[in-house]
Design a protein around this ligand. Structure first.
Ligand code: T6T
Length: 372
C-alpha cells in the first residue's frame, strides 16, 4: 500500500530536505537577480529568542478572519515612539503575517519605535493601495510592506519614498526593489525546489503532480511555483507535471481545484500547495474526495496546517521564518532612520516540518502564531 511506503518516505524527506534547507539558507535572498549583497540568517541564529509554539486554538479552516481588520485597526503601538513605523502585511488574518507582526513588535519595543499595523482582509493590490496611500498621508517615518503585486505597488511606493518615508520590503518584493532600503524574505525559488524534492520522494518518482498556487504576479509564490517546476523536471523526470492552478488565496477554491483535477487526471498523486491558504484548501479537497493515495507538501505552518500534518493528510510543510522577517524589517528601518548602514537584501531560512519532527524544539519554535 502506498501509505506504508509513504511513511518511510516522509522520514527520507526530513533527512534529504534538511540538507537542502541548509543549502537554501546558504543561498539566502528572495527573488531579485542580484544576490551579491544578500545577508543570510541561519535558522538557529534566533533560536534562543523565539518561543513560538503550536497554538492550541481551534484551527480556522477557511478564509482570513473577518474580525482581523478590526484587530489590526486597533493594533497596539509598541515602543516609546521615537520613530513611527507602519507595517502593511499582504493580508490580515494570515498567521504568517501575524507572526511577522509579532517579530516586528518585539523589535520596535527594543528599539524604542512605535509600530502600527494596517492591512486589508484580501490579498489584493486593489485593497492594499488605498491603505498604503492613507498611510503615506499620515506621514510615518518608515513603512514595512509586503507588496501584493510586483508591478502594481511600484508607483505608490515610489510616492512614499518621494515623501521622505523609508521603505522596507518584507516577504514579497517588487519588479524593481531599488526604492527600498532593504528587502527581507525567504529564498522562495529554493523553497519551491525543496517542495519538489519532497513531493517527488513521496510519489516514489512516478505519477503526476500539480501546484495549487495563489495568483500570478506575487513575487514569492511565483518563485515557489517556478522552483517547484524546475526541481521536479530535474530530479524526477518520470513524474508528469500537470501545471499550476490558482486559488486566489481562498481555501475553498483550492479544494475545488483539487477535486476537479482528481476527476480529470486520475494519475494525480502529488500536490504542492504554494502558500498557507492554498495548501490548507488543497488538503481539504483531498479529505473531501476521500483519497489516501495523494501526497501533499505545503508551504507555511499555520495552526490548521499543523493539524492537517498531525492527521496525516499532509506529509510535509516548508516553514518560513516570519518572526525573523518582521524583526529584521524593523531593525533595517531604524538603521535607515538613524543613518546607519542598511543591508539591501536579507535572506531568512526554512525548516521542513513532518509528523516525525513537528514537536522537536528546533522545528516547533518556527511554527506560526495566531496571535502575539
Ligand atoms: O506564504 C506566505 C507569504 O510568504 C506569501 O507571500 C503569501 O502567502 C503567505 O502569507 C501565506 O498565506
Amino acid at each position: 500500500m502506498k501509505h506504508t511506503s509513504r511513511a518511510k518516505r516522509v522520514r527520507g524527506i526530513v533527512a534529504g530536505v534538511a540538507t537542502v534547507a541548509l543549502l537554501a539558507s546558504a543561498c539566502g535572498g528572495d527573488d531579485a537577480d542580484d544576490t551579491d549583497d544578500v545577508e543570510v540568517d541561519e535558522p538557529a541564529d534566533d533560536a534562543e529568542e523565539d518561543d513560538a509554539e503550536l497554538e492550541e486554538d481551534e484551527p480556522d479552516d477557511d478564509e482570513p478572519d473577518d474580525d482581523a481588520d478590526e484587530d489590526e485597526d486597533a493594533e497596539a503601538a509598541a515602543g516609546d515612539g521615537d520613530f513611527d513605523i507602519v507595517l502593511i502585511p499582504g493580508v490580515t488574518g494570515d498567521e504568517f503575517y501575524v507572526s511577522m507582526e509579532c517579530g516586528a513588535l518585539e523589535a520596535a519595543e527594543e528599539l524604542g519605535a512605535t509600530l502600527d499595523v494596517q492591512g486589508a482582509p484580501e490579498f489584493s493590490p486593489t485593497e492594499q493601495i488605498p491603505i498604503l496611500e492613507s498611510v503615506i498621508a499620515s506621514g510615518p517615518d518608515a513603512i514595512l510592506i509586503a507588496p501584493t503585486d510586483v508591478d502594481a505597488l511600484q508607483a505608490p511606493l515610489q510616492e512614499a519614498v518621494d515623501a521622505g518615508i523609508e521603505v522596507v520590503l518584507v516577504d514579497t518584493t517588487l519588479s524593481d526593489p531599488s526604492l527600498a532600503v532593504s528587502q527581507i524574505g525567504s529564498d522562495n525559488h529554493e523553497g519551491g525546489r525543496m517542495a519538489a524534492e519532497a513531493v517527488g520522494e513521496l510519489m516514489g518518482g512516478e505519477g503526476a503532480a500539480m501546484v495549487v498556487n495563489v495568483t500570478p504576479g506575487i513575487s514569492t509564490t511565483d518563485a515557489r511555483g517556478e522552483g517547484f517546476e524546475e526541481g521536479l523536471e530535474e530530479l524526477y523526470p518520470d513524474i508528469t507535471f500537470l501545471g499550476q492552478e490558482y486559488s486566489d488565496n481562498e481555501p475553498a477554491q483550492a479544494a475545488e481545484i483539487v477535486s476537479a483535477t482528481l476527476a480529470a487526471e486520475p494519475e494525480l498523486s502529488g500536490i504542492f500547495g504554494a502558500n498557507l491558504f492554498s495548501a490548507e484548501g488543497a488538503a481539504t479537497g483531498i479529505r473531501q474526495e476521500g483519497r489516501d493515495d495523494v501526497s501533499i507538501v505545503g508551504f507555511d505552518a499555520g495552526p490548521a496546517q499543523i493539524e492537517q500534518l498531525r492527521e496525516g493528510l499532509v506529509q510535509a510543510l516548508i516553514v518560513q521564518q516570519p518572526l525573523d522577517i518582521g524583526r529584521q524589517g524593523v531593525e533595517q528601518a531604524v538603521a535607515a532612520l538613524t543613518g546607519e548602514e542598511t543591508t539591501p537584501e536579507i535572506g531568512t531560512g526554512f525548516v521542513t516540518a513532518t509528523i516525525d519532527n513537528l514537536d522537536d524544539d528546533d522545528v516547533a519554535e518556527f511554527l506560526y502564531r495566531a496571535e502575539c
